[in-house]
Every structure is written in structure tokens, then in C-alpha cells.
Design a protein around this ligand. Structure first.
Ligand SMILES: C[S@@+](CC[C@H](N)C(=O)[O-])C[C@H]1O[C@@H](n2cnc3c(N)ncnc32)[C@H](O)[C@@H]1O
Length: 304
């Protein structure tokens, strides 16, 4: 049997087709009126429902974004950050920022100008937290690499250091890095944040209200043996070059009390890979692992 199109079969289809185009025109016209801002309810009969356009638009938008991001190797984050500074972007709770004591401490530290306007609250908070923990332990505090004192000044306030029966040794040239202790590749870094100005008098002034803060001027490692510290419960190392950092680590390791903390400021920070490699060897020798923190810091807790 032939299944060909008879005249009867064709006619209704032709009628339907003209009806279809009339409806299509009506839909397009309504869409046009909506587009030019004439309020009109749109009840499509041939074209898809308005929701379709919305979905198609957002699908297209996301697709284009993903393509662009793949090219630029970036990621789309679908949350509002609670914290976005110093290379750390997160929506995690960081209500320590509004803690009045921390706020005061951070502001005092920041006012020293040590960070040249660069905010790093989570890093400073980590240091303050560990310093506060150390107030309940035997031993003194040592910081190798103070500059004008962002972290040290915040710690001094946060722990009410003046009231403690402890000393806080701040060790620095107070005039910048020592070229002879930098490796060839460290010397080639072109990073304006690695340029430090003379600040010894300023630092003396900043800590003048604390009788138990001891400012030790000199280059590390040369000065280390003259620092009269026997027990250390908090050691902060922030020298921005590997050789003096390792010299300080090796020199002070035996003096760090059990459970005492060594906080490495730039352990996982981009651009300081030589320090990370050196510290990883140091930890491996001692059968330890350094805790890598999302702030870029590294933490060693001395075993008992
Ligand atoms: C990143 S800054 C320290 C910042 C400080 N921790 C703060 O919270 O503001 C590094 C410091 O390390 C000091 N430094 C670098 N190499 C040193 C060395 N071999 N001996 C002594 N100080 C050094 C520099 O003078 C500089 O002040």
C-alpha cells in the first residue's frame, strides 16, 4: 500500500502552517512589546515559555564564564568571602577580627607601619593565639625578624606582656636583610616588600612601655650566641631568607621547651620556596612534620 501524501492529507497541514506563522508572529510581537517596556502579559502559544529564556540566558552566561576561566586558569567562587586579604579568601568564620582585644592589638601593630599598609589579620591572630597559649608555659618569647613590629607589638598588647614574668627578645638588624646571607636566587628577588628602612630608634620607642621587651640589634647568625635566653615557649621566625632562618632554628631548637611553639611566618607563602625546603629538611631530621597553615605560615610544636 502506498503511504503517499494525498490532497486531503496536505490541506490541513497547509492550514495549520499558516495558523502556526500567525501565532509565531503574535508571540514575537508580544516579546518585542515586552522588550521595549510596554507592559503586556505574555502567553506564548508557539514560542517557549519566558522561563525558558531566563534559563537559556543563565546557561549561556555560565558557559561563557567557564570558557573564559579555563583560558585564564581561574575559578568561579560561589560564595561571599568573610575574609579576603593576604592571599587568603574564604567564607569561614573569622569573628576573632571583631574581638575587642584582638582589634586593639592588631591596630597597635599595624600602626607601626611594619606591614607597609598590607593587612594580614589572620597571620597576626595565629601569632597572638600561640603567644597567649605560651603565657601559661615556662620560658621566654623570641622573635627573629621584627622590622617595625607589626606582630610583636600586637602580641605584646594581646598577652598584656608587661605584666608577665617573661622576656620578649626581638632580634633584627633593624635595617634590612644581610646580602651575604642571602642565596643567589634570594638576592635576585625583585620584591619591594623586601626593602626595609632603618628603624632601630622607632622600635625602641614602640616598645618603650615594656620593661621586659629586649631589643637585640645584629645580624643572624652572628648575634645568636649573645642572646641570653635559656628556655623559649614561643619562637617566631620571619627573616625572609633561608640561611639565617635555619641558623636561628638550629640555634634555638634545644632551648624550646616541650610543647613550645615555633611559628614560621613565610613557610608556605608564595615566593619563599627555599625557606620551605630548608624547614622541611629540618623537620624531617627531627622526625616531625610542619603544619602548613592556610595563612602561609608553618607551625612546629615541639614534642615532649
Ligand atoms: C618580614 S620582616 C619582619 C616583619 C615582622 N615580623 C612584622 O611582624 O612586622 C623581615 C625582617 O627580617 C630582618 N632580617 C632579615 N635577614 C636578617 C638577618 N640575617 N639578620 C637579622 N635580621 C634579618 C629584616 O631586617 C626585616 O626587618
Amino acid at each position: 500500500m502506498r503511504s503517499g501524501k494525498s490532497a486531503e492529507n496536505i490541506r490541513p497541514r497547509v492550514r495549520n502552517r499558516s495558523h502556526y506563522f500567525r501565532q509565531l508572529w503574535a508571540d514575537v510581537h508580544s516579546l518585542y512589546e515586552i522588550a521595549i517596556g510596554r507592559p503586556r502579559s505574555y502567553r506564548p502559544s508557539v514560542l517557549p515559555n519566558p522561563i525558558f529564556y531566563k534559563q537559556a540566558f543563565s546557561f549561556l552566561k555560565e558557559g561563557i564564564l567557564l570558557l573564559l576561566m579555563r583560558r585564564k586558569r581561574t575559578t568561579l567562587l560561589r560564595y561571599k568571602p568573610t575574609y579576603n586579604e593576604d592571599g587568603l579568601f574564604t567564607n569561614h568564620n573569622c569573628d576573632f577580627i571583631d574581638d575587642p582585644l584582638f582589634k586593639e592589638a592588631y591596630e597597635l601593630g599595624f600602626a607601626t607601619g611594619s606591614a607597609k599598609g598590607w593587612h594580614a589579620r589572620w597571620r597576626v591572630y595565629t601569632a597572638c593565639w600561640l603567644a597567649d597559649r605560651a603565657t601559661r608555659m615556662d620560658g621566654d618569647f623570641v622573635e627573629c625578624g621584627t622590622n617595625k613590629g607589626l606582630t610583636a607589638r600586637a602580641i605584646a598588647h594581646y598577652t598584656n606582656f608587661g605584666s608577665l614574668n617573661k622576656k620578649f627578645y626581638l632580634v633584627d638588624t633593624f635595617s634590612g636583610l644581610v646580602p651575604e646571607y642571602e642565596s643567589k636566587s634570594e638576592r635576585q628577588r625583585e620584591n619591594p616588600t623586601l626593602i626595609y628602612e632603618e628603624c632601630f630608634e622607632e622600635v625602641k620607642q614602640t616598645f618603650s612601655e615594656f620593661n621586659n621587651v629586649v631589643i637585640c640589634r645584629g645580624s643572624i647568625p652572628d648575634i645568636l650566641s649573645s642572646i641570653p635566653v635559656a628556655n623559649i615557649c614561643f619562637l617566631h621566625i620571619d627573616l625572609n631568607n633561608a640561611l639565617p632562618e635555619m641558623a636561628a632554628g638550629n640555634h634555638f631548637w634545644e632551648r624550646v621547651v616541650p610543647h613550645g611553639a615555633i611559628l614560621l611566618d613565610d613557610y608556605a607563602y608564595p615566593g619563599y620556596d627555599e625557606q620551605k625546603v630548608a624547614w622541611d629538611h629540618f623537620a624531617e631530621d627531627k622526625g616531625l612534620q610542619i603544619l602548613s597553615l592556610p595563612t602561609g605560615q608553618g607551625l612546629i610544636l615541639k614534642p615532649s
